[in-house]
Design a protein around this ligand. Structure first.
Ligand code: BJW
Length: 214
C-alpha cells in the first residue's frame, strides 16, 4: 500500500498545506477548510478553490507520480491511498487509487447533495450553495474509501510519501499497518512525526527518490 500527501505534488508546482511554501501560509486551515468557514463566507472559500483548480489544471504529474503508476503495474496486490484532491495520480496512469479527502474537481450541493463538475454558478438548480467535493476538518471521510484503505493497511509494505502525517484518520493508517506487521518506508523532504517509528526513512524529494526506489 502507498499513502500519499501533498508533498508528492510539490514538484508539480502545487503548494503543500504546511511548512515552507505551504498553501496555508496566508490562510489558516480553519479559515477555509471547514464547514463553518463555508457557512461564514462561501464566496471566499469558493474563490480559493477556484484558484486552486487553476493551479492544479496547469500542473503536470511529476516523476514521483509516474513511478507509482509503474509500481502499480509491478505489484499484484496494490492500493494507492491518497489524501490529495488533485487527481495527478490518475493523470500519471495510476488506476488503483482511493481518495480519502475527495476531489477538487467535483462540486456538491449542500441542500440536495447533487454532485457535478464545477460550474461558475454559485448555486445549484435547487437554490442550495455549491461546495467543493472535498473533506473538511470535522467531516467524516467517505465510508467506502476509508474501508478500502483500512483493509489495504493489512499489507506487507507501506510506502508513505510526502505527508506530514498530522491529519487523522489518514495518519492512523501508518500504525494500523505496523500493527499488522507491515514494514513502513517513508519518503519525505523533512523529518516528520512518524520518522522515528518507521523502518526506513528516505530523506529527499519524492520525484527523485521514488524512481530510484523503483
Ligand atoms: C515533500 C516534498 C517533496 C514537501 N518530496 N516530500 C485524532 C487525533 C487528533 C485529531 C483528530 C483525530 N481524528 C480526527 C481529528 C480531527 C481532524 C485532524 O486530523 N486534525 C489534526 C490537524 C489534528 N481530522 C478531521 O477532522 C477529519 N475528519 C474526521 O476525523 O471526522 C470524524 C467524524 C466522524 C463522524 C462524523 C463526523 C466526523 C477530516 C480531515 C480532512 C482533512 N482535509 C484537508 C483538506 C482537504 C481539501 C483540500 O485540499 O482543500 O486535507 S486538510 C489538509 O491536510 C488536506 C490534506 O490532505 C491533509 C494532510 O496534509 P498533507 O498531505 O500531509 O500535507 P502537509 O502540507 O501537511 O505535508 C506535506 C509534507 O510533504 C511535508 O511533510 C513536507 O516535508 C513533505 N514534502 N515537498 C517529498 N518534494
Amino acid at each position: 500500500m502507498v499513502l500519499t500527501g501533498a508533498g508528492i505534488s510539490a514538484e508539480s508546482g502545487i503548494p503543500t498545506f504546511r511548512g515552507a511554501g505551504g498553501l496555508w501560509r496566508n490562510f489558516r486551515p480553519e479559515e477555509l477548510a471547514t464547514p463553518e468557514a463555508f457557512a461564514r463566507d462561501p464566496k471566499l472559500v469558493r474563490e480559493w478553490y477556484q484558484w486552486r483548480r487553476g493551479v492544479v489544471r496547469e500542473a503536470q504529474p511529476n516523476a514521483g507520480h509516474v513511478a507509482l503508476a509503474e509500481l502499480e503495474r509491478r505489484v499484484p496486490e496494490y492500493l494507492l491511498v491518497t489524501q490529495n484532491v488533485d487527481n495527478l495520480h490518475e493523470r500519471a496512469g495510476s488506476s488503483k487509487v482511493t481518495h480519502l479527502h475527495g476531489s477538487i474537481f467535483i462540486d456538491r450541493c449542500i441542500e440536495c447533495g447533487r454532485e457535478m463538475s464545477p460550474v461558475p454558478e454559485e448555486h445549484c438548480a435547487c437554490g442550495g450553495w455549491l461546495r467543493p467535493g472535498v473533506v473538511w476538518f470535522g467531516e467524516p471521510l467517505p465510508e467506502a474509501a476509508w474501508q478500502e484503505a483500512a483493509a489495504a493497511a493489512q499489507c506487507e509494505v507501506l510506502l508513505v510519501v510526502g505527508t506530514s502525517a498530522l491529519v487523522y484518520p489518514a495518519a492512523a493508517l501508518i500504525p494500523q499497518a505496523q500493527a499488522c506487521g507491515a514494514k513502513v518506508i517513508e519518503v519525505n523532504l523533512e523529518e516528520t512525526r512518524v520518522s522515528d517509528a518507521v523502518d526506513v526513512s528516505l530523506r529527499g524529494p519524492s520525484a527523485r527518490i521514488l524512481p530510484e526506489l523503483l
